[in-house]
Design a protein around this ligand. Structure first.
Ligand SMILES: Nc1ncnc2c1ncn2[C@@H]1O[C@H](COP(=O)(O)OP(=O)(O)OP(=O)(O)O)[C@@H](O)[C@H]1O
Ligand SMILES: [Mg+2]
Length: 290
C-alpha cells in the first residue's frame, strides 16, 4: 500500500526527550529518550508493570510527561488500540468505528440511526450538517474500513465475541488513517487464525507501528526494532527479534565475564575500584549541585 505522506519522512514522527513519568510513587520512566521514524515497526518489551502501556499513552498524548518533552511532527496522526476493551463501549459496530472520527463520526452514526427509524425531519437536519462538513467522504471511509476488516456495521457491539470486539476497536483506530498506529497487546482474545490474519494485515499497513505483545511468533513476524523497558530505562535494539535475542545474549555474556574478572581480581584492586567508584559517585553528586 503506497501513499503520499503529508509529513517529512526524513524527520522523526515523534520524539520523546528526557521524559520522566510517575504514578504517585517512584519514577516509572526516568529520563527516557525515544524516536519513532516513518515506516518502522517497533515492539516494546518488558516485564509486567514496567510501563509499556504507559509509554504508548505518552506517545499518543493521552498522558502528559512529568518532565521532559514529547514532540509530534506537524500533521502526524496517532491512534491507539487499548490493552482492554473499554467497559463503556456501546452502540452498533458502525457507531463504535465512526466514533474514531470524533464529532463528524458521531453525526454520521446518528444519521444511520435516524435512517433506520425513518425520522425524516431529523434526517434532513442531520444530512444538511453532514453535507456542510463534506461528511460523505468520511462515511465512505467508515464503510471502507468495515469492509476491509469484514465487520457487520449493524450488529450490536455488546453482542460480539472478544475477538470481534478487538477487531472493531482496531477498525476504530484505523479509520483516521493514522501515521502511527499504537497497538497494546492486539492479539489478546484472538484465535490463531485471526492472529495470522492480523499479522498479514499489519505488514501491509502504510504507516509506522508501535506495539506490545507477548506472542513471540507475532513479534518475530513484525518487529523491525525492539525497545526494552527495564526499571525505568529504555534500551534500543535495532533489527528484528532474532537479532535482539542474539545481541542481548552477547551483552549478558560480556557482563558476566566482566563480573567474573572483577571477582578474581586481588582484594587490593577490588578495594581500589570500590574507592574509585565512591569517589566517582561523590564527584557526580557535587557536579550535579552546581
Ligand atoms: N492510573 C494509575 N494509577 C496508579 N497506578 C498505575 C496507573 N496506571 C498504571 N499504574 C501502575 O504503573 C505501572 C505500569 O503500568 P503499565 O500498565 O504501563 O505497565 P505494563 O508494562 O503495560 O504492564 P502489563 O504488562 O501488565 O500490561 C504498574 O505498576 C501499574 O500498576
Ligand atoms: Mg500493559
Amino acid at each position: 500500500m503506497q501513499r503520499t505522506n503529508h509529513y517529512n519522512e526524513r524527520m522523526s514522527l515523534v520524539q520523546l526527550q528526557r521524559v520522566d513519568f510517575s504514578v504517585g510513587g517512584p519514577l516509572l520512566l526516568e529520563r527516557v529518550d525515544l524516536s519513532i521514524e516513518a515506516n518502522e515497526r517497533v515492539c516494546i518489551v518488558g516485564r509486567n508493570g514496567e510501563g509499556k502501556s504507559t509509554l504508548l499513552k505518552l506517545i499518543s498524548g493521552e498522558l502528559r510527561a512529568d518532565d521532559g518533552e514529547v514532540r509530534v511532527q506537524n500533521g502526524v496522526v496517532i491512534t491507539r488500540l487499548a490493552q482492554e476493551v473499554p467497559q463503556d463501549t456501546a452502540g452498533s459496530v458502525f457507531d463504535v468505528v465512526a466514533e474514531g472520527l470524533g464529532d463528524l463520526g458521531r453525526l454520521l452514526a446518528r444519521y444511520h440511526h435516524l435512517l433506520a427509524i425513518g425520522d425524516l425531519d431529523a434526517l434532513a437536519d442531520a444530512q444538511a450538517k453532514i453535507e456542510a462538513q463534506r461528511g460523505w467522504d468520511v462515511n465512505c471511509r467508515v464503510e471502507e474500513v468495515l469492509t476491509k476488516l469484514g465487520l457487520p456495521g449493524d450488529m450490536h457491539f455488546s453482542a460480539l465475541s472478544g475477538g470481534m470486539k478487538r477487531r472493531v476497536l482496531l477498525a476504530r483506530a484505523l479509520v483516521r488513517k493514522p501515521d502511527i498506529l499504537l497497538l497494546d497487546e492486539p492479539t489478546n482474545h484472538l484465535d490463531i487464525e485471526a492472529i495470522r490474519w492480523l499479522e498479514g494485515f499489519l505488514k501491509q499497513f502504510a504507516g509506522s507501528l508501535v506495539f506490545i505483545t507477548h506472542d513471540r511468533v507475532f513479534l518475530r513476524a513484525l518487529a523491525t526494532r525492539i525497545v526494552e523497558i527495564d526499571r525505568g530505562a529504555l534500551t534500543d535494539w535495532p533489527g528484528d527479534y532474532d537479532n535482539y535475542l542474539r545481541r542481548r545474549e552477547e551483552r549478558l555474556h560480556a557482563e558476566s565475564q566482566a563480573n567474573a574478572l572483577f571477582e578474581r581480581s586481588s582484594p587490593k584492586k577490588k578495594y581500589g575500584f570500590a574507592k574509585a567508584s565512591r569517589r566517582g559517585a561523590r564527584a557526580t553528586k557535587v557536579g550535579c549541585a552546581h
